[in-house]
Design a protein around this ligand. Structure first.
Ligand code: ATP
Length: 229
C-alpha cells in the first residue's frame, strides 16, 4: 500500500451496465459516499461489458438514464469514458486513465459482492489493487463474502482493512467491506417487468427514479423483449 501525507479525499468509482440504473445503485452510491467520506462517487456506465451478455438498452440510453438519475443528487457524478472508449470496458483501463488524471487522489472502486467474487475473471485483475482500493458491499441474496477463488481469497486476507481511514491514507491497495441498507432490486427483474408494457411500468414504480421511468416509457426501451433477462 502506497502511503502519502495529507491526502485528498478518495473518489469513489462505481461501474456497471446500469441497464437501467435503479434505486439499489443510487442508494448504495449515496450511502457509501457518506459512510466513507468520499469526495464523490462517479458512476461509469460500461460500453461493452466483458463479463456479461450485451446490455439491452444502447449505451446512449443507459448514459442518459444515469444523467437523469443523478441530476439532483449532490456528490454523485457520471463519467462517459467507457462508452467513448473503443473496445471492451475493462475496469483496469478505466482506473489507469483516472489514475493518470490525478496521481495523488485515492480511488475507491465500489463493487457488489457478486461482482467481487468474479474478480479473477477480470482482465489484469490483480493490477486493480495497485490502482485503487476496493470497497465491497453486500447484496441481498448473495452469500458474503461467499466462496472466493484461492487467489482472490489470498488478496482478501492480506488487503482487508477495518478502518475507513485506511482508504484516505493511501492511494490504493486496501479492501474494505461496507455494510449498507439492503435493497433487493435488480436491473434484470426490472427489465422483465417492463417487458409486460403498461402493467410492468406500474409494477416497477418505486424501484427507480420517476424521471428514469418516464424516459424508459417515452423511448419504449424495454418493451416486449424476449431476451430481456
Ligand atoms: P442485474 O440485475 O442485471 O444483475 P445489476 O443491477 O446487478 O443488474 P449492474 O448495473 O451491472 O447490474 O450493477 C452494477 C453494480 O451494482 C454491481 O457491482 C452490482 O453488484 C451492484 N448492485 C446492483 N444492484 C445492487 C443492489 N440492489 N444492492 C447492492 N449492489 C447492487
Amino acid at each position: 500500500m502506497r502511503r502519502m501525507a495529507a491526502m485528498v479525499a478518495p473518489l469513489g468509482i462505481f461501474g456497471g451496465t446500469f441497464d437501467p440504473i435503479h434505486l439499489g445503485h443510487l442508494e448504495l452510491a449515496r450511502e457509501v459516499r457518506d459512510a466513507l467520506e468520499l469526495a464523490a462517487v462517479r458512476l461509469i456506465p460500461a460500453g461493452d461489458p466483458p463479463h456479461r451478455a450485451a446490455p439491452v438498452a444502447t449505451a446512449i440510453h443507459r448514459l442518459a438514464m444515469v444523467e437523469l438519475a443523478i441530476e439532483d443528487l449532490p456528490g454523485l457524478e457520471v463519467d462517459r469514458r467507457e462508452i467513448d472508449r473503443p473496445g471492451r470496458s475493462y475496469t483496469v483501463l478505466t482506473l489507469e486513465s483516472l489514475r493518470a488524471e490525478d496521481p495523488a487522489r485515492p480511488l475507491a472502486l465500489i463493487v457488489g459482492a457478486d461482482a467481487f467474487a468474479g474478480f479473477p475473471d477480470w482482465h489484469r485483475w490483480r493490477e486493480i489493487f495497485l490502482l485503487a482500493h476496493v470497497v465491497v458491499v453486500a447484496r441481498p441474496g448473495i452469500p458474503f463474502p461467499g466462496p472466493l477463488a484461492p487467489a482472490l481469497a489470498d488478496e482478501w486476507t492480506h488487503r482487508q482493512v477495518d478502518e475507513p481511514q485506511a482508504l484516505h491514507d493511501a492511494t490504493a491497495g486496501a479492501i474494505f467491506v461496507q455494510s449498507i441498507t439492503p435493497h433487493d432490486i435488480s436491473a434484470s427483474s426490472i427489465r422483465l417487468q417492463l417487458a409486460r408494457g403498461a402493467e410492468g411500468i406500474a409494477a416497477v414504480r418505486g424501484l427507480l427514479p420517476p424521471v428514469v421511468l418516464a424516459y424508459i416509457d417515452r423511448n419504449q426501451i424495454y418493451r416486449s423483449r424476449p431476451d430481456a433477462t
